[in-house]
Design a protein around this ligand. Sequence first.
Ligand code: GDP
Ligand code: IMO
Ligand code: MG
Length: 441
Amino acid sequence: MPNIVVVGAQWGDEGKGKVVDVLAPHVDVVVRYQGGNNAGHTVVVGREKFVLHSIPSGILHPRRCCVIGCGVVIDPAALIEEMEALVQRGVILDGNLFISKNAHLIMPYHPALDLASEAKRGERRIGTTGKGVGPAYVDKAARVGIRMADLLDEPLFKEKLVANLEEKNRLLREIYDAQTFTVEEILGPYLRYAGWLAPYITDTSLLLNRLIDEGRSVLFEGAQGTMLDLDHGTYPFITSSNTTAGGASVGTGVPPTKIHGVLGVSKAYTTRVGNGPFPTELRDETAELLRARGNEYGATTGRPRRCGWLDAVVLRYAARVNGIDTIAVTKLDILDQCETVRICVGYRYRGELLTEFPEEERIWRDALPVYEEMSGWQCSSAGVRAYADLPTKARQYIERVAELTGREICLVSTGAVREHTVLMEDSPLPRWFPSLGSTPF
Ligand code: GDP
Ligand code: IMO
Ligand code: MG
């Protein structure tokens, strides 16, 4: 059974949660491999809406094995809150959720440092989610991080906490003029979290590899998106993990040789939340229309998302750095009212036409998008479930996206609920997920 990575092809919020939810019944395991509770993955089941932050979106399917891999950073208080809310809504976690011993903890000083350093950056602030994700990865790379396994070893946890607090308190007090923490105010609650989470904490690399060797299939659920990747994104306006498909191996302990395909998720247009370059950003009434129709407000922070046209340069770049085999296009219905639709096919910079995504911050800032324009379909695609039933011009748009990216489209999403999904028969999906069929809902 193939093991497939689902990765965001833009700046996050592409609809990964919805796509994972559609595919989850057809795999055995769903695993998150990076990021933390900066993520907000929305799944709509009938009239019910779930927003998953640290737990894989597969959890809504009974008896799906869900794993939080070693590459994820975990805020235990936030995770427990998310777990309790799911249990209250009837989701069964016991026996279904597994947390890596090697995953690093987000400690209370991490959000404090996140907010303080953002405030100090002024104009150059990243616009982080403030969840402490960046500072937690800083500690991981600096080899002073505290891991899930440490949380279960009280003396060691205390030793690491004391050592960390000495340094963090000086940083908070002397550099940022911010509030400090005492050992006691962290130790007590964290030991309680340890008791709560202990039954779920395990060696998840061993678990995943054993399951794969038994013939089970794994879906790797990416968080954020390609352009927020630590190495391949629009640095420094990025998140602090490897969001790209390569992160799936590092962040789980499943070797690349056991991963068989990559599915990229892209909106039919582009959004970005937070600061940083966004060549196709619009600041006109089309942006307002996309924001209003697409309800483009952050699932984690509620911030309005910046909106713009689809950028095929970004998608081709994402296809390259992730090895995307096939693309799922979401939120097609949001473009329904547009008189014309545009796709960026290159950037104009100092008289030159660039067709590959550049690596220089200067070029991201000053490059102007070069668009191809198509007339809009101006009728409803909402809820359509068969490709033939999409408006002709909407099909032409989808086909143009496939041409410009050189990748087949495997799925078109026409609404937030599971059922509002078009599955493409001539795509890798039926091969990857034989039980999916063409009309699974
Ligand atoms: P993620 O972070 O990639 O999982 O995406 P988010 O959940 O942050 O944002 C995607 C939003 O779009 C969510 O509110 C989804 O419910 C919604 N959504 C996903 N696909 C569609 C679609 O095809 N049409 C519409 N109208 N909404 C969608
Ligand atoms: P999902 O998984 C969209 C953005 C933040 C900010 C930058 C750094 O739902 O797609 P961080 O808190 O990670 O240090 O913030 O990254 N960001 C996201 N944008 N979707 C996300 O997750 C994001 N997670 C972080 O807005 O610009
Ligand atoms: Mg999101």
